[in-house]
Design a protein around this ligand. Structure first.
Ligand code: F6P
Length: 318
């Protein structure tokens, strides 16, 4: 099943889980609409051929949902009944930390074997250097910023570009460097508005005619992109400012080769770990090895941004 916000690479992971089951002679069902579908018994039998032609597709063929009902004891009891009725004796959930928390509680209540695959563009999960969809989202966003730069430089404009990432700045920091932004505002680091203005003034003085500022959606500078624009309009009239909020386009599109390979590796590991009797873990990438992290650590741990990147960005934007 896929659960929570969709991300590119989820289909490749479904394909991998289904084919790993087929390879090991295990009967496999897809659960539609995440935990909502589990509660409703919305299961579909899948074999190796059910997942043909999906490795390159964005989104998720199993659909996704954020289920409120599964957060209740009653909802989980209904889901358990449906699984038992269908003869399902283990499941793999592809999603983010909310989905893993649900799986962990379900495992505690019913001693039901579960395994997680991290799928989210935010890369905000402890126990893996990369979540599925993160690499694709970085490439999608960099491509779009390159396009915005064309118009920014044609008009000598300053652009505030808001990118996704929920409470973390992985996307902002990496696309900021990759697309050559002047400033990157992320939740992990409160630079303050004065520092932003200083930096923009310096940019003008050193002969930059246009500027790109990347703002993570969860940035703690205390202003959203439109308020930032107003602030600069008032305090630096020499800039003509525009705002671009990239939104959900960041979650779509065909997965990168990196995400397809990662999904394939993670799916194999998830199924083979269940076969060997392991449960309550998330599979993740660590030093190019697919490894397991207990759900409680994956959920409680913090995925840290690479502080070196902040310094690199500062030097690059001189
Ligand atoms: O977790 C993925 C994500 O796209 C975040 O980056 C963003 O904050 C959130 O989901 C948006 O959620 P929704 O699709 O419910 O608007």
């Amino acid at each position: 099943m896929t659960s929570g916000g969709d991300s590119p690479g989820m289909n490749a992971a479904i394909r991998s889980v289904v084919r790993s089951c087929a390879f090991h002679g295990i009967e496999c069902y897809g659960i539609n609409r995440g935990y909502e579908g589990m509660i409703d018994g919305d299961f579909v039998k899948m074999d190796a051929r059910s997942v043909k032609g999906i490795i390159n597709k964005g989104g998720t063929i199993l659909k996704s949902a954020r289920s409120k009902e599964f957060r209740t004891k009653e909802g989980r009891a209904k889901a358990h009944k449906q699984l038992v009725k269908a003869g399902i004796d283990a499941f793999v959930v592809i999603g983010g930390d909310g989905s893993f928390t649900g799986a962990m509680i379900f495992n505690q209540e019913y001693d039901f074997p579960v395994m997680g695959i991290p799928g989210t563009i935010d890369n905000d999960i402890y126990g893996t250097t990369h979540t599925l969809g993160y690499d694709t989202a970085l490439n999608t966003v960099v491509e779009v910023i390159d396009k915005i730069r064309d118009t920014a430089s044609s008009h000598n404009r300053l652009f505030f570009i808001e990118v996704m990432g929920r409470d973390v700045g992985h996307i902002a920091l990496n696309v900021g460097i990759g697309a050559g932004a002047e400033e990157i505002l992320i939740p992990e680091e409160d630079l303050g508005l004065d520092r932003l203005l200083d930096s923009l003034r310096r940019s003008k003085q050193t002969g930059k005619s246009s500027s790109i500022v990347i703002v993570a959606e969860g940035d703690k500078i205390g202003k959203n992109v439109f308020e930032l624009k107003d602030y600069v309009d008032v305090n630096m009239s020499e800039y003509e400012v525009r705002v671009s909020v990239l939104g959900h386009m960041q979650r779509g599109g065909s997965p990168s080769c990196f995400d397809r390979v990662l999904a394939s590796r993670m799916g194999v590991k998830a199924v083979e770990s269940l076969i060997t009797g392991k449960s309550n873990y998330m599979v993740g990438l660590k030093n190019d090895i697919i490894d397991l992290t207990p759900f409680d650590q994956a959920v409680k741990g913090k995925s840290k941004i690479n502080m070196e990147l902040l310094r690199v960005s500062e030097i690059m934007s001189i």
